[in-house]
Design a binder for this molecule. Structure first.
Ligand SMILES: N[C@@H](CCC(=O)N[C@@H](CS)C(=O)NCC(=O)O)C(=O)O
Length: 203
């Protein structure tokens, strides 16, 4: 059975695993499904997207899915095979999927996009708290992409995790402003945005 990636294209984590498949040159079918839909709940214990099906294997969790795609198929390695070279990439995958996603997606983008009061207005409580932490987060990211890519001189799986988050963050005012103030982050983003894997997975 062909690789199936399941989940709405607006999800940064769905985009991450789709980018991984695109980078490997693995053909896949993208099935759009909402978190907590029956199709997703059948695979993910928390009803979260993405989930994946391939050849009898059903899998949840973006890191598990991206690593499966990287190791089960031919194509360029998205994580170096040498343990010492892989270690910092794994560190950045974990940081992007953890702390960076938590602040920029869960506490900022998702709040803007989905959390509205009874009158349909954006609820600023979490957003205002989140943006206080932006200067530190953006300066950390600036240093991290200084080698050209996230913690590396070449494109890796860590970039598949970071770029969808940066793309979504820029869609809202404070994210756009902080991003716009950093030439290094802008150059990094523009370079990765040229890749077919980014273009082919636009929400
Ligand atoms: N740890 C999960 C997180 C996935 C996640 O947070 N997905 C979001 C969409 S980007 C979701 O399904 N949210 C609904 C929810 O958490 O209930 C992974 O890496 O796959």
């Amino acid at each position: 059975m062909a690789l199936e990636i399941i989940g709405i294209s607006q999800s940064n984590f769905v985009r991450t695993v789709r980018m991984a498949a695109e980078e490997k040159g693995v053909p896949y079918k993208h099935i759009s499904a909402m978190p907590h839909s029956d199709e997703v709940k059948a695979i993910s214990p928390f009803g979260q997207v993405p989930v994946m099906r391939h050849d009898g294997l059903e899998l949840a969790e973006s890191q598990a899915i991206a690593r499966y795609i990287d190791t089960a198929f031919d194509g360029p390695a998205l994580i170096p095979t040498d343990p010492k070279a892989a270690a910092p990439i794994n560190q950045w995958i974990s940081t992007a999927a953890g702390s960076v996603d938590q602040l920029l997606m869960r506490n900022y983008v998702v709040e803007y996009a989905f959390h509205k009061d009874d009158d349909g207005n954006v609820v600023r409580t979490k957003i205002d708290k989140a943006i206080k932490r932006f200067p530190r987060m953006f300066s950390m990211l600036e240093k991290a992409v200084a080698p050209g890519y996230l913690g590396s001189a070449s494109f890796t799986m860590a970039d598949c995790f970071l770029i969808p988050i940066l793309n979504a963050t820029q869609m809202f005012p404070e994210g756009k402003e902080h991003f716009g103030n950093s030439e290094i982050l802008k150059a990094y983003f523009d370079q990765v945005a040229e890749r077919t894997s980014f273009k082919n997975t636009a929400p």
